[in-house]
Design a protein around this ligand. Structure first.
Ligand SMILES: NC(=O)c1ccc[n+]([C@@H]2O[C@H](COP(=O)([O-])OP(=O)(O)OC[C@H]3O[C@@H](n4cnc5c(N)ncnc54)[C@H](O)[C@@H]3O)[C@@H](O)[C@H]2O)c1
Ligand SMILES: [Zn+2]
Length: 306
C-alpha cells in the first residue's frame, strides 16, 4: 500500500515532507481543477489503485482529499488527519466530501467515509487565533443539539475533552442517519440563516461568525414559535458574539429561498425546545416557520445594529 499525503501550502510550510502533494492554501483550491491536477500528479508519480490517500490539513483539504479518493481509480481508501479545530470536530467527521463550483459551495461531492480519522490536538498549537472561532461555534452548536454539559462548561474543559465531546455528538447523529434522510439535518442548526448571511456578505463574513448569528436568530425564532423558554434563549445569546446583521430582512428571506432545506418556497429550520434538545415532531427534524414570526425576529434583530 502506498500513501499519498495531500496538504495545503500553509500546513506544508509547518509540517511538510518533500514527497507531499501540496495545493495552495485557501478555499479556491477546493475545485475540480485541483482534483484533476492532483490525480494527474499521482499517476505521474506512480500511484495507482493500491494508493491510500491521506488528507492532512483543515476542512478544505479534508473535503478535497476525500473527494479525490472517492473517484481516483474509481475509489481508493483515505485517511484524514485534520489540523484545524473546525476540521477536527466537523469537516473530518461524517463522510461528506466535495469541491466548490462557480455556482456555489460544495455543489459537487459524495458521501464517502474515511478508513480512519486521526485527531492530534497538538497541531492546534500553530493554528492562528482567527481560525479558532470557526471551530468553537460548531462545538457550541453540538452542545446545543445534544450535549448541554459541553455547552455550559466549555471554558472549563481541556481542548482534548472539548474535541472528544463535540466529535461524539456529530458521530452519534451521523451513525443514526449517514445519508441525511432524517436526523442528520439537525447538524444544520444555525446554518439556514447562517448560510444566507454568509452568502449575502459575498463570503467576507467568516463561516463561524455567520453561523453564530444564525444560531442566535434561529434560537429567537424557536422562542417566538413558543418552543424555547426565555431563560434558555438568554443563556444562548450570552454565549455568542452580538448579532450583526447588515442586511434587510427582505434580502435575507429572499436568500433563504435557495437553502437546501427549503420546500415549496418555505424555508425550514432546526428549532430548539431547550438547551441540548432540538424540536422533533412527527419524525421531522426541520420545520417551516410562520412567515410573520420570521419577519418579526429578523426585523427586531436587524434594528439592534442600527
Ligand atoms: N465535510 C464536512 O462535513 C464539512 C464540515 C464543515 C466544513 N467543511 C469545509 O471545511 C472548510 C473549512 O475548513 P477550515 O476552517 O479548516 O479551513 P481551511 O482548511 O481553509 O483552514 C483554515 C486556514 O488554516 C490553515 N491551517 C490549517 N491547519 C493549520 C495549523 N495546524 N496551523 C496553522 N495553520 C493551519 C490553512 O492553511 C488555512 O489557511 C470549508 O471548505 C468547508 O466547506 C466541511
Ligand atoms: Zn458549519
Amino acid at each position: 500500500m502506498k500513501y499519498a499525503v495531500i496538504t495545503d501550502s500553509n500546513v506544508a510550510a509547518l509540517y511538510g515532507k518533500p514527497d507531499f502533494f501540496v495545493v495552495p492554501a485557501g478555499e479556491s483550491s477546493k475545485s475540480l481543477e485541483t482534483v484533476q491536477d492532483l490525480a494527474s500528479h499521482l499517476f505521474q508519480k506512480g500511484y495507482g489503485r493500491d494508493t491510500t490517500i491521506v488528507g492532512f490539513g483543515g476542512g478544505m483539504i479534508c473535503d478535497l482529499a476525500g473527494f479525490l479518493a472517492s473517484s481516483f481509480c474509481r475509489g481508493v481508501p483515505f485517511i484524514l488527519i485534520p489540523t484545524t479545530l473546525l476540521a477536527m470536530v466537523d469537516a473530518s467527521i461524517g463522510g461528506k466530501t466535495g469541491v466548490n463550483l462557480p455556482e456555489g459551495k460544495n455543489l459537487l461531492g459524495s458521501t464517502t467515509f474515511p478508513e480512519r480519522v486521526i485527531v492530534q490536538p497538538s497541531f492546534l498549537e500553530t493554528l492562528p487565533d482567527s481560525e479558532w472561532e470557526n471551530g468553537i461555534i460548531e462545538i457550541l452548536k453540538a452542545g446545543l443539539l445534544a450535549d448541554p454539559y459541553l455547552f455550559y462548561h466549555l471554558p472549563h474543559l481541556s481542548v482534548a475533552a472539548i474535541i472528544d465531546r463535540a466529535i461524539e455528538v456529530k458521530r452519534r447523529i451521523v451513525a443514526r442517519d449517514p445519508y441525511e434522510h432524517g436526523c442528520r439535518a439537525l447538524l444544520n442548526f444555525g446554518h439556514t440563516i447562517g448560510h444566507a448571511l454568509e452568502s449575502l456578505s459575498g463570503y467576507t463574513l467568516s463561516h463561524g461568525r455567520a453561523v453564530a448569528s444564525g444560531i442566535v436568530l434561529e434560537s429567537r425564532l424557536s422562542h417566538a414559535m413558543g418552543l424555547l423558554p426565555m431563560d434558555d434563549l438568554e443563556i444562548i445569546e450570552s454565549h455568542f458574539p452580538p448579532v450583526e446583521v447588515h442586511f434587510e430582512p427582505s434580502q435575507i428571506i429572499k436568500q433563504l429561498a435557495v437553502d437546501k432545506k427549503t420546500r415549496g418556497g418555505t424555508p425550514h429550520f432546526v428549532l430548539l425546545e431547550k438547551i441540548g434538545e432540538p424540536h422533533v415532531k412527527e419524525g421531522k427534524f426541520c420545520h417551516p416557520a410562520d412567515e410573520h414570526l420570521l419577519l418579526e425576529v429578523l426585523t427586531e434583530s436587524c434594528m439592534c445594529t442600527r
